[in-house]
Design a binder for this molecule. Structure first.
Ligand SMILES: Nc1ncnc2c1ncn2[C@@H]1O[C@H](COP(=O)(O)OP(=O)(O)O)[C@@H](O)[C@H]1O
Ligand SMILES: [Mg+2]
Length: 160
């Protein structure tokens, strides 16, 4: 198994099967949906509107959740698709709901096998993917999360 090591000490890794395991904490789909609504409402995102839709993409049923909050950059997208990273703080008295850095993963993987996140924020346009189908197809031994991001830096203000 490919493991990176820090000073020769093995990193703990995450098997792709854990994506399903972790989602079973939601005994019904509505608590999974609540995770996604909570994320949009939380003070770091502070969306004013939230839309839920159902559509069909290439014959597959697909749920979409959209908010008009602050969005993500590359670093926050990577944390969103990772586990346990949550650094939300209260803003103007609004206490965060999310604290464990797990809700998006458990919630989205309870509703479907695959999730694609599209984000537009002040500084970046990003797409990230958490996909059990993809990980099975490539016979992944660990969870990898493809992310494509265009970020606007100070020097390249026109890149977008
Ligand atoms: N709709 C969203 N818009 C922007 N960022 C989001 C959104 N949903 C989740 N995130 C980011 O992804 C992170 C992980 O979300 P989640 O797994 O639900 O954990 P938690 O809410 O406990 O931090 C959040 O801390 C937040 O930074
Ligand atoms: Mg959350």
């Amino acid at each position: 198994m490919a493991t990176q090591a820090d000073r020769g000490v093995p990193l703990s890794t995450l098997c792709p099967k854990f994506l399903h395991t972790n989602s079973t904490s939601h005994t019904w789909p509505f608590s999974a949906i609540a995770e996604l609504i909570d994320n949009a409402y939380d003070p770091d995102v502070s969306a004013k509107q939230f839309w839920i839709d159902k559509t069909v993409v290439q014959g597959q049923e697909c749920l979409s959740f959209m908010d008009n909050g602050n969005g993500l950059d590359h670093e926050t997208m990577h944390k969103m698709l990772s586990f346990g990273y949550s650094d939300k703080v209260a803003v103007n008295g609004l206490e965060p709901i999310g604290i464990y850095g797990n809700g998006f993963k458990s919630g989205s993987m309870r509703l479907g096998k695959d999730a694609i996140v599209f984000s537009k924020s002040k500084s970046a346009r990003c797409v990230g993917m958490l996909s059990q189908t993809y990980l099975e197809e490539i016979d992944a031994k660990q969870i990898i999360v493809p992310i494509v991001c265009f970020e606007q830096g100070e020097k390249d203000k026109n890149i977008l």
